[in-house]
Write a protein that binds this ligand. Structure first.
Ligand code: ASP
Length: 600
């Protein structure tokens, strides 16, 4: 092997090596057989270099190489030479040089691949995932993995420089309430009992604060059994951190500095300081708690104006304590009637009674309510005032939503985002922001009870303490925060309750009886008796950060071995039925028939 060991990485071949004898190792990327000359491009993880086999010069090698196919793994010894003038390839970083071979060795042959690496983007993703080890040979994915390595390395360095200890917490543990279903692992030693894989290391990191660790970080594997989306996987990595004796401001500044400096270290300068919005502001202005600030228009409240109008639906909503909100979408007036009908259906599916709209094109205003704003070729006084409030321009589409403020805002927020993308209105670049002061509790209609908006360990806003006694639970703000990047939530965090009585009270509000609270979180409540520092922290989705960094459409593109969109792993076949004796050992029996489990 030694004689065939690499002395030069393919992607590093350059004019400075001209005249040197080198050995390259790698995969045959492409072969072009021009008869007398055979061109072989060899690829390793750094790039590609061309080797030219000239029948006149190396007839034996030429004969041997004729048998080679793409993806053979080879070693080539030869001399680096400058390419002849006019034959340089400016597309290839190594395109000024090539290798004149003196010897070759095949380490292993390869069957034709199930898909062409150069056209993998047109291949069904399931096939790509089934052969992920081939898919990962593509330079784009190699670059994603390299960047993932680089980013985590820089982030780790940052945390170490700032006094954080990286500490591993267990994967076999108890349920942590982050709002998803748990993945359960049956215990053999205690049949009928289960570990839960952590939805996050939340309780352990709080215990580390009780233990006096002060600053903790972990690139933590987390597991959540929930419906998958392009930005969700059942197992994923969070940059999880916790700090003691800090204020919310300290945590925001720490995380912001870590993000700005780590992104810069991997070549991405993002605008900062990150703007801050309260949850209420974000919802009122953008109809979303993760607004995409690249979309350059906002929702406006037109309740006052509509209160003076004769528009029945709006007046009714206002009389019922609701609001009327409007969104002007530049260029949206060109949507057809059919497209507007589709949007109306969509609004209904989001829970709106309908979707009132106006489209201003040339000298006309279309839409179900147009006559209130424009008559006989002129704007009415209501129309003029609306035009001023919304700073309307010709070509704009106005959408209205009326009802409870949050619902109305959410519906317009949905269209703000969707139409911004569809009309290509989103500005380029990166917009990160903080969203602060989420409500502490959210009312769960289905279950008819309060739920934690973040999680049950979140501390309330000091100004809102009195609201507990007054029973105004829905108005209590949390000391919690989300970091958002171009419309994606990167992560959430909060200051934590560190007093046992308050923790018990909040658990009670969330419907845990004292026995249940003790059973599930007793270890935390117990720990809270022995001296607890005030503390708080945050967790950021590593893969979401990377997805945005590389501009991928899905987090699967930045994970070496991801699950498919339906949560399966086409490579290993997981999840899969297990042998009956394994079930017996665990004291388990499956009640689903083999057919229902998809086994024929
Ligand atoms: N454990 C939380 C989560 O996973 C983050 C935190 O509050 O630190 O979202």
């Amino acid at each position: 092997m030694k004689a065939w060991q690499r002395t030069l990485w393919c992607g590093e071949a350059s004019l400075e090596h001209v005249g040197e004898e080198v050995v390259v190792n790698g995969w045959v990327h492409r072969i072009r057989d021009h008869g007398q000359l055979i061109f072989v491009e060899v690829r390793d993880r750094t790039g590609r270099v061309q080797v030219v086999f000239d029948q006149g010069e190396v007839p034996e090698l030429h004969r041997e190489v004729r048998e080679w196919r793409s993806e053979y793994v080879v070693a080539i010894r030869g001399e680096v030479v400058r390419r002849l003038p006019g034959t340089e390839n400016p597309q290839l970083p190594t395109g000024e040089v090539e290798i004149r071979p003196r010897g070759v060795k095949v380490f292993s042959a390869a069957k034709p691949l199930p898909f062409e690496l150069d056209h993998a983007d047109k291949v069904d993703e399931i096939l790509r995932l089934r052969y992920r080890y081939l898919d990962l040979r593509r330079p784009e994915l190699q670059e994603n993995l390299r960047l993932r390595h680089e980013f985590t390395l820089r982030a780790r360095e940052w945390f170490a420089r700032h006094g954080f200890y990286e500490i591993t917490t267990p994967l076999l543990t108890r349920s942590t309430p982050e709002g998803a279903r748990d993945f359960l692992v049956p215990s053999r030693l205690e049949p009928g009992s289960f570990y839960a894989l952590p939805q996050s290391p939340q309780l352990f990191k709080q215990l580390l604060m009780v233990a006096g660790i002060e600053r903790y970080v972990q690139f933590a594997h987390c597991f959540r059994d929930e419906d998958l989306r392009a930005d969700r996987q059942p197992d994923f990595v969070q940059i999880d951190l916790e700090m003691s004796f800090v204020t919310q401001e300290d945590i925001l500044q720490t995380v912001e500095a870590m993000m700005v400096e780590t992104l810069a270290a991997v070549g991405r300068e993002v605008p900062h300081p990150f703007p801050r919005l309260t949850y209420r502001e974000a919802m009122e202005r953008f109809g979303s708690d993760k607004p995409d600030l690249r979309i350059p228009y906002e929702i406006r409240d037109v309740s006052e104006l509509m209160g003076e109008s004769d528009i029945g639906v709006f007046r009714k909503a206002l009389e019922g304590g609701g609001r009327v909100k409007a969104l002007a979408v530049p260029g949206g007036a060109s949507f057809s009637r059919k497209e507007m009908d589709q949007m109306e259906d969509e609004a209904r599916s989001l829970g709106a009674p309908g979707l009132a709209w106006l489209a201003w094109q040339g000298e006309s205003l279309r839409g179900p309510l147009a006559r209130f704003f424009f008559q006989e070729g002129r704007w009415t006084s209501l129309g003029e005032r609306l035009r001023d409030i919304l700073q309307l321009q010709e070509g704009s589409l106005v959408l209205f939503a009326a009802g409870p403020w949050q619902k109305a805002a959410e519906i317009l927020g949905h269209f703000r985002q969707q139409l911004g993308q569809r009309l290509g209105l989103a500005e380029r670049g990166d917009r990160l922001l903080w969203v602060l002061e989420f409500p502490l509790f959210a009312w769960d209609e289905e279950l008819g009870r309060w739920d934690a908006q973040h999680h049950p360990f979140t501390l309330f806003h000091p100004e809102d303490e009195a609201l507990f006694a007054e029973g105004r639970l829905g108005e209590i703000r949390a000391q919690s925060y989300d970091l958002v990047w171009n419309g994606y939530e990167l992560g959430s965090g909060s200051l934590r309750i560190h007093q046992r009585e308050w923790q018990e009270k909040v658990l009670e509000i969330l419907g845990f009886s004292p026995e249940e609270a003790q059973k599930r979180f007793g270890f935390l409540l117990d720990a809270f008796q022995y001296g607890v520092p005030p503390h708080g922290g945050m967790a950021l989705g590593l893969e979401r950060i990377l997805m945005l960094l590389v501009g991928a459409k899905s987090i699967r593109e930045v994970i070496a071995f991801p699950k498919s969109a339906s949560g399966t792993d086409p490579l290993t076949g997981a999840p899969a039925p297990v042998d009956p004796h394994q079930l017996r050992e665990l004291g388990l029996q499956t009640v689903l028939s083999p057919q229902a489990r998809g086994i024929q």
